[in-house]
Design a protein around this ligand. Structure first.
Ligand SMILES: NC(=O)c1ccc[n+]([C@@H]2O[C@H](COP(=O)([O-])OP(=O)(O)OC[C@H]3O[C@@H](n4cnc5c(N)ncnc54)[C@H](O)[C@@H]3O)[C@@H](O)[C@H]2O)c1
Length: 287
């Protein structure tokens, strides 16, 4: 299937840079990024040195694609209606109340997105989970879509984002892998292929991994847990070094030279931070 119009709901840290790179690499596709926060859209349309996200290389990408085939808009309904493919890149913070408070992911923004997609769609859509979500969320999204619309076929894919803040553009240009999860049905596989075709404009085919939806949803949480675990382990070993006269940098080097372990994420420091590790691990433990 040929995709001519993409819509992304959520113009944040993930939605903005990922869609800017898709637009840059796919000049034949119109990409519109929408957000419930009009100030954010205004900022994305404003001066390049005041974009709402700072990432090395982002301003250059936006400069080339914005106004050509990359648009930031507050017309959520019109952009959903026009698109064949819709990414959901809204925030999924830790729940602060109700069942699972302090651990589970708060899915209210994803649910609101799904309701909007159902409400404004007049033709079949491929709906893509770009946000980090608990495994089996696609089932819940499908339920919301089907309850709130009639006669429209929605195909749900999982396509988690692995970029790291600070190296987002390089990570998007040269991803270690792009993960796409879809249903094993014929229409599911067609949708998977449509998304593979988009990434194949710049990502080598062998780095585009296709799986079932549940593996893809779970792989993102698992990946962040494995990375955080290395930081926690090396920090615990650092405490032991301080008591025993061993040197943590020497230890990291000695461990990391083992090809089964590898050298990355073995630098002792303060505990892990950033916007994702804590919430994603809490979510995984809750699951
Ligand atoms: N930040 C990262 O480094 C990173 C990396 C990988 C994955 N992720 C995941 O990607 C998702 C998005 O993260 P982010 O950092 O971009 O969040 P963010 O808070 O920067 O952006 C989310 C945007 O969604 C908008 N939004 C929320 N509900 C909406 C709705 N119903 N309709 C329209 N717009 C709506 C918000 O106004 C906000 O601008 C999360 O699930 C996160 O875990 C983040």
């Amino acid at each position: 299937m040929e995709v001519k119009n993409i819509c992304c709901i959520g113009a944040g840290y993930v939605g903005g840079p990922t869609m800017a790179v898709i637009a840059l690499k796919c000049p034949h596709i119109n990409v519109t990024v929408v957000d419930a926060n009009p100030d954010k859209i205004k900022a994305w349309n404003g001066p390049l040195d005041e974009l709402p996200v700072y990432e090395p290389g982002l301003a250059e990408v936006v400069k080339e694609a914005r106004g050509r085939n990359l648009f930031f808009s507050d017309d959520i309904s019109g952009s959903i209606e026009k698109a064949e493919m819709i990414f959901m890149a809204v925030n999924t913070p830790t729940k602060t109340e109700g069942e699972g408070a302090g651990m589970a992911a708060d899915l209210r923004y994803i649910e609101a997105c799904a309701k909007d997609i159902a409400k404004f769609s007049k033709s079949d859509k491929i709906v893509i989970e770009k946000s980090t979500l608990p495994v089996r969320t696609a089932e819940k999204i499908k339920e919301i879509l089907e309850e709130n619309s009639t006669d429209i076929h929605f195909e749900i894919l999982s396509n988690p984002e692995f970029l790291a803040e600070g190296t987002a553009i390089q990570d998007l240009f040269k991803s270690d892998r792009v993960l796409i999860g879809g249903d094993e049905t014929e229409s599911g596989q067609k949708a998977v292929q449509a998304l593979v075709d988009i990434y194949a404009n710049w990502i080598p085919k062998e780095k585009i991994l296709t799986t079932n939806v549940w593996s893809s949803e779970l792989a993102k949480l698992a990946s962040n847990a494995m990375l955080a675990q290395r930081i926690s382990s090396i920090n615990s070993l650092s405490a032991l070094c301080e008591k025993t006269g061993a040197n943590i940098d020497e230890l990291s080097k000695a461990i990391g030279m083992d090809h089964r372990i590898g050298p990355h994420f073995l630098k002792a420091s303060v505990g892990f931070g950033g916007s994702c590790f804590q919430k994603d691990i809490l979510n995984l433990v809750y699951l």
